[in-house]
Design a protein around this ligand. Sequence first.
Ligand code: ADP
Ligand code: MG
Length: 690
Amino acid sequence: MGRRGLDSALQAPVQNLHGVGPALALRLKRLGIDCIEDLLFHLPLRYQDRTRLTPIAAVRPGQDVVVEGIVRVSDVAFGRRRSLVVRIEDGSGLITLRFFHFNASQKNNLRPGTKIRCFGEARAGASGIEMYHPEYRRLEEDASVPVEEMLTPVYPSTEGVSQITWRKLCSQALSLLGSGVSDLLPGESGNLAEALAYLHQPPPDAPMDLIHAGRHPAQIALAFEELIAHNLALQASRMSIQAAGAPAFTENTATVELLISDLPFKLTTAQSRVLADIQSDLSSDVPMLRLVQGDVGSGKTVVAACAAMQAAANHFQVAVMAPTDILAQQHLDSFAGWLAPQGINCGLLSGKLTAAQRRKVLEDLSTGLLAVVVGTHALFQESVAFQRLGLVIVDEQHRFGVHQRLALTHKVDPIHGRPHQLIMTATPIPRTLSMVAYADLDCSVIDELPPGRQPVTTVMVDNSRRGEILARVAEACASGRQVYWVCTLIEESEQLQAQAAEVTSEELTELLPDLQVGLIHGRMHNRDKEAMMASFKAATIDLLVATTVIEVGVDVPNASLMIIENPERLGLAQLHQLRGRVGRGADASHCVLLYQKPLSRAARERLSIMRESNDGFYIAEKDLAQRGPGEVLGTRQTGLMEFRIADLQSHGDLLPAVQEKAAEIGREYPQAASALISRWLGAATDYGAV
Ligand code: ADP
Ligand code: MG
């Protein structure tokens, strides 16, 4: 049942519709819309209710409403911004319309005495209730023009395609729905055509609560299909990688044992178990695709180093990707510390090397002199050629997009197939999510911390008690401990963050004259950052003022107190990561959430969760409930897992059935699989192509 065999009217190009010329067709193509069926699967984000007129007196701020009345006033106001201010009256009251962009003909259209109907969002303004730039139309004085019969869909759009265009296109597509859309799910007999028609044009009495929650049967039917399509796409990606084969690292396995026996500690049971999974993957000629989840401090790095050892002992190269320069440097130190004694060369490739240093590293990679290279994004650059790349290790996965990871795995001589991949994340991923997001990966969990760790005690302190906190910092440092002081800002701007941290470090230097205060932020030169981290590790600095650059991975076991300023600005995952910087040694550690009043309810709840729990999995579940899967997976930015209709929060209950069905289709109906992938993921994806 190939895509070509489907109802041909729906497979026709969008140009067949009225009003679609080459320019519009190109814009639609950018959204992956080529044929008419693609339009049907371009579903509304939300709906507007234009089925009722609201008396002006009944309009409340925040509502989207249709109002109708006679223009009483139409004036240009010269305030901070010139605007056209129009007041209309309907017998019940007056409302103000404001246009910041207008021309002479618009002004003429809206002259006093004209009857208009407009739709927009009401807001509280300077002159009572106002609407900014409402959509409007002039009405004949006595004509009674019917309101809309259906709820009005609002579509996800792209530049140059108006909502009116979307509505016209989609209703044309719906009128061709006729015989229906083919059901691609073998063995299901849902009525997809009905579901599509309903969601494009819901009737005025549609149960909006249900629709907003994503729980209308029409949405559930489509979400089910969409989730299956995503799962199939990941399966397809996994199969194509595995079909390429990989080098099997079966030689010199004793070297890994040697490395382990040289460690100053004994691996935990969980570390050994996960390492065994990895070792067995690496000894096979099918590429490893493994995700290792382990809470902060669970000791993922040493496990990764053992994997690197196995690859290097088999004369293959290893690329280790870290999300920040600081972390790359720290990984280099750890890897080199463990691997160099076994005769393995390790090097660093960061964006900030001098041209000469960079040339040398690149040369050593291409000749194979360098066995392990640790780096940041610089590792993806085209000019990086490996002699024999056999293993890619990605740390803190959520910072990298799936595409970046794939880019590295392409850097391989085809004789050797694909490199093995080890992905490590400290963001525990709730099971429901990982079933969907990482359907292409096998998963191991390091569910145990090294012995002797004490949970971090977390307290919430209001900023007016800053003085007490300073005393606590002084006391901790006096007894030989070290302290982090983390400055946060809402703004993403590195520059503002850096400034805030600078001011704080000056203030703290003044208030705590006996302490050595250091400062680290993202705007510093790499060299200076490294020097600062080295001083902090060497304990020549007592108090390190930092921005959230230290969020991931940094490891200084003697630091046992962390102050987080304005923690209410951060999400749970980020707070958990930050707090993970303490509690790494044998001493009892503390984290002070130094918040600014007043706290919003959501912020108070977040901070309370932090106070109650040190368990990354528990916190991740809460984070999922608060912020949604896109944020938890960090995929907002990377474009992975963007659904049209499915929502992992509303449709989490479907996942077991999704998995089962997807497995069945993958096994028994490969044709349906590719049709489903193409329907839901279209050209916008390259999972299947890799
Ligand atoms: P994460 O999983 O957060 O990346 P790290 O790999 O940075 O954790 O490990 C945290 C600290 O614990 C490091 O100092 C590391 O050397 C140490 N460590 C790792 N495994 C063990 C172990 N089995 N016993 C004691 N300390 C360990
Ligand atoms: Mg780590």
